[in-house]
Write a protein that binds this ligand. Sequence first.
Ligand SMILES: Nc1ncnc2c1ncn2[C@@H]1O[C@H](COP(=O)(O)OP(=O)(O)OP(=O)(O)O)[C@@H](O)[C@H]1O
Length: 315
Amino acid sequence: MLPLATTRLTKFYGNRPVVNSVNLAIPSGCVYGLLGRNGAGKSTLIKMLMGMVQPDAGEATLLGHNVAEMPAEVRQRIAYIAEGHPLYDWMTIQQAIDFVAPFYTRWNGRLVDQIINHFELPRRGKLRRLSNGQRAQVSLALAVAPEPELLILDDPTLGLDTVVRRDFLESLIQIIQRKGRTILFSSHILGDVERIADRIGVMVDGVLRVDCPTEHFRESIKLVTLEFRGVPPDWSGGGGVVSSRHVGSNLELITVGFDAEQRELAESLEPLAIDVLDLNLEDAFIEYTRGPKRSLPLFVTESTDDSYARPQGVA
Ligand SMILES: Nc1ncnc2c1ncn2[C@@H]1O[C@H](COP(=O)(O)OP(=O)(O)OP(=O)(O)O)[C@@H](O)[C@H]1O
């Protein structure tokens, strides 16, 4: 049983599909980083997973149960941290813990204490007086206390400084490693994603364009520079090229992979030299998502499981 799966999940706002026929299949123990530029549809997708937004088509299952008819005891095994860490601001940290705990049959008080002590959070401090970082830390403590099997986090480190973010993620990693839990989190911080996600999805205009191991994405996107003596020729299109641009007398191509066939195409332009450079995740993401959207090659999975490689974005 997959802990998180969606089938052609779709949401329209007006006549625009902001989540467009997304098929996700996240295996147990996976830490899945959901990426995409502002407005790509990440939060809407996550809200549909949590039953907070009704899909217009398709369905989602969490821990084997359809989100539309999720039994309360299954819901208890899923934690959600919403964007901006909304909390009951009039309560103190301790009051929030005492308020939330009785809703759960399983509650690891020791883990809460460990997190509160680790971050040196003031138990008697009012939630409204906490910094953004402290709010994130309280949210984390409350979310993981019921020992959830699946954690869904919407941009959990948004607005946190580098040190607090690092600490937050270290704690998250420790908690993940304890029990091999499954996590889906959205983020704009590619360095964080690179550190903790073993698989990534990239949404572009509501369509899941990438769904593969983090390493695989990083290794696949290449910057290929063709050197010429004078004005470089234009790239005529095709060959897995996401974008092309002139930089002085060079023609720079962003490609998905760079195999013998692509090299042959490049050589047919008769450049003086061809240089192939690997990119880090951030550069790979930037280059991939800023290319002309319509011509992006679909780049979904390397998996041999056919159910994984279903078509995306046809709403
Ligand atoms: N309730 C709503 N009504 C109408 N349009 C909406 C609503 N919620 C989101 N949208 C639109 O849907 C699109 C996707 O928004 P969403 O918040 O899912 O993107 P996102 O990828 O999470 O963006 P960000 O990274 O900026 O948080 C945006 O164009 C947004 O304006």
